[in-house]
Write a protein that binds this ligand. Structure first.
Ligand code: TRP
Length: 328
């Protein structure tokens, strides 16, 4: 049976954190073997939101190295660089003819991003979901593992697929987001907000944080009143989140954690959480440090060549479907 096509990406905007690991990388790594996977460094998208592009090259290499260190396997997947495949822009300009501007103005992430990022008002930011639709449909991906915050973009992608099919004839299958079983990782300072590098550094655990830093951040994480370690997300959300982190990092069941730490006290419990997280991160960091920038570039070049072959073939088919003159 043909494998299902999966594509996802991240903007190389800086250090990755535990939320990116549990919410994306670990899951991406887990589905590589039985899907045809494309993992894209969305560097063109980052131009719409980055304050400065001064270190974009460094960030691209660093993020890719972290992906590989976290288990993305270039032998199984195509790990590629968006800006090195011009077909993304070409398809985006075709897709841009299918939607009224008003639909993009209503995109809820557009409003948020205009408030959060200094490149507000740029056409690129308005066009962000159109480029994202091109990323996905260029490979005819049908599964897109992303966080819930990306739902509006997937909805626009589906709308574009439908409109293309209506106008030019059936071609694209509508892609679906893959949301199941994504653990939610929250800020260590506020269990109602998701972990994010746009909040203060002590609110998230970076994948490159050393053991001392992890301990400090976990010890400083907010908890709830009381002194028993019990899992009660309703009335003790901050503590519940730390228990979940320990569960995710160690694989230990929540009930087993409750049993073991019930009367251990917060300090001992937090120490165990910190140790477990560092135990998870240290082999990732070791692998990360073993990659030279030139190796990472080589992996990206290879993955990009592989992806581009597919992109060129599919864009050719798309142009043919539209009925554009083929000069070959
Ligand atoms: N917008 C996504 C994010 O910020 C990144 C992205 C760009 C993406 N193109 C994509 C994700 C295509 C999935 C599929 O997380």
């Amino acid at each position: 049976m043909k494998k299902e096509i999966v594509l996802s990406g991240m903007r190389p905007t800086g250090e990755l954190h535990l939320g990116n690991y549990f919410g994306a990388l670990k899951r991406w790594a887990g589905i590589q073997s039985d899907h045809e996977c494309y993992w894209m460094v969305a560097d063109l998208h980052s131009l719409t939101t980055l304050e400065s592009t001064a270190d974009i090259e460094k960030k691209t290499i660093e993020m890719t190295a972290l992906w590989l260190a976290a288990g993305l396997d270039p032998k199984k997947s195509s790990v590629f660089l968006q800006s090195a495949i011009p077909e993304h822009g070409e398809l985006a300009s075709i897709f841009a003819t299918l939607l009224p501007v008003s639909m993009l103005e209503l995109n809820p992430t557009y409003k948020e991003m205009t408030e959060a990022h200094p490149r507000s008002g740029s056409f690129g930011l308005l066009n962000y979901p159109v480029l994202q639709a091109a990323d996905i449909l260029l490979y005819k991906a049908t599964r897109v593992p992303v966080g819930r915050d990306q739902e509006p973009h997937i909805e626009i992608t589906r709308e574009i697929a439908r409109r293309f099919n209506n106008r030019f004839g059936e071609f694209f299958a509508e892609p679906h987001a893959l949301f199941e079983k994504i653990p939610k990782i929250y800020s260590l300072k506020d269990p109602t907000k998701k972990m994010s590098k746009s909040h203060s550094p002590d609110s998230y655990i970076g994948l490159l944080d050393d053991a001392d830093t992890v301990r400090e951040k976990i010890m400083g994480a907010v908890t709830d009143s009381g002194n028993e370690i019990v899992y009660d997300p309703e009335s003790k959300p901050a503590l519940a989140h730390l228990i979940e982190l320990l569960h995710l990092a160690s694989g230990q069941a929540v009930e087993a954690i409750e049993k073991e730490y019930k009367s251990a006290g917060y300090a001992n419990f937090k120490k165990a959480v910190a140790e477990s997280i560092s135990g998870l991160l240290s082999p990732i960091q070791e692998r990360f440090r073993s990659y030279k920038p030139a190796d990472v570039k080589g992996v990206l070049a290879e993955g990009t060549a592989k992806a581009r072959t597919v992109a060129q073939k599919n864009l050719g088919d798309i142009k043919e479907k539209i009925g554009l003159l083929n000069l070959k």
